[in-house]
Write a protein that binds this ligand. Structure first.
Ligand SMILES: C[S@@+](CC[C@H](N)C(=O)[O-])C[C@H]1O[C@@H](n2cnc3c(N)ncnc32)[C@H](O)[C@@H]1O
Length: 208
C-alpha cells in the first residue's frame, strides 16, 4: 500500500481540504523557497509529476510552459479551475504515463510524490523524468524523510502521512541514481510551522 487514505486522511482527497491543510502548515511560504531550488526561467518547459492542485505554479515565473499530471481527478479539476490555460493538466498514473509525444523538458519536478510510491513505482517516476529531460535539464523532488536526531513530533507527523513509503535521504538518492549520474540530496527542517524534516533532491545528467 503506497498511499493510505483511511480515517481522517480521506479528507485530504478533497482539493479544498488538502490546500487548506497545506496552507495551515505554512506550505505557501515554503513553496516560494522550493521555486528557487527548481530554478525555472521564462521559456523553460516544466513537467510536474503528481502535481496535485498545481499550487507550485503560482510560484514559478511567468513565461514558462507548464505541464502537470496526477492520479487524482479532483486535484486536476482544482488545478484547471485555478490556473486555466496557464498550464496543461491531465489525469494519469506515473506507472502508466507515456510522455514521448510531449517533447523534452528543462525541469521535471515531483513535490511530495516519491513517498507515495513503492520502489518499483518510484523507479518508474525517475525513469520517466530522465527520459523527459533535456540533457542539461534537472529533476527536483521534495519528500518527508527519516533522519538521525529528528524530533519526536516530526517523526509522529511523518508516520501519519498518507504516503506509506517515506525513506531517509540516502534511500531517495539511491532511487534517483538508477537514472541520473549526478544526485545532490539536501535535508531541510524548520521550513514549516510544525517540526518536519524533508529531503530535496536535485538530479542532473540523466542517463540516456
Ligand atoms: C502530497 S501530494 C503532492 C501534490 C503536489 N505535488 C503538491 O505539491 O501539492 C502527492 C500527490 O501524488 C499523487 N500521486 C500518488 N500516487 C500517484 C501515482 N501513482 N501516479 C500519479 N500521481 C500520484 C497524489 O494524487 C497527490 O496529488
Amino acid at each position: 500500500m503506497a498511499q493510505n487514505d483511511a480515517g481522517l486522511r480521506r479528507l485530504l482527497g478533497s482539493s479544498w481540504f488538502y490546500q487548506g491543510f497545506q496552507d495551515a502548515l505554512g506550505a505557501v511560504a515554503f513553496r516560494g523557497r522550493l521555486a528557487t531550488w527548481i530554478d525555472a526561467a521564462p521559456g523553460h518547459r516544466v513537467l510536474d509529476i503528481g502535481c496535485g492542485p498545481a499550487a507550485i505554479l503560482a510560484h514559478l515565473p511567468a513565461g514558462i510552459e507548464y505541464h502537470g499530471f496526477d492520479d487524482s481527478a479532483a486535484y486536476i479539476a482544482a488545478a484547471r479551475a485555478r490556473f486555466g490555460d496557464r498550464g496543461h493538466f491531465w489525469q494519469a498514473r506515473v506507472e502508466r504515463a507515456t510522455l514521448d509525444e510531449l517533447g523534452r523538458f528543462d525541469r521535471v519536478i515531483a513535490i511530495g510524490v516519491l513517498h507515495h510510491l513503492d520502489d518499483a513505482a518510484a523507479r518508474a517516476l525517475v525513469a520517466l523524468a530522465a527520459r523527459a529531460l533535456r540533457p542539461d535539464g534537472a529533476l527536483v523532488t521534495y519528500d518527508p524523510c527519516w533522519a538521525a536526531g529528528q524530533g519526536l513530533v516530526a517523526r509522529a507527523l511523518i508516520a501519519r502521512d498518507r504516503g506509506q513509503d517515506v525513506r531517509d535521504s540516502h534511500g531517495y538518492a539511491r532511487l534517483a541514481r538508477t537514472r541520473f549520474h549526478a544526485v545532490s540530496p539536501q535535508v531541510v527542517s524548520g521550513h514549516l510551522r510544525v517540526p518536519y524534516t524533508a529531503t530535496v533532491l536535485r538530479c542532473t545528467q540523466p542517463a540516456s
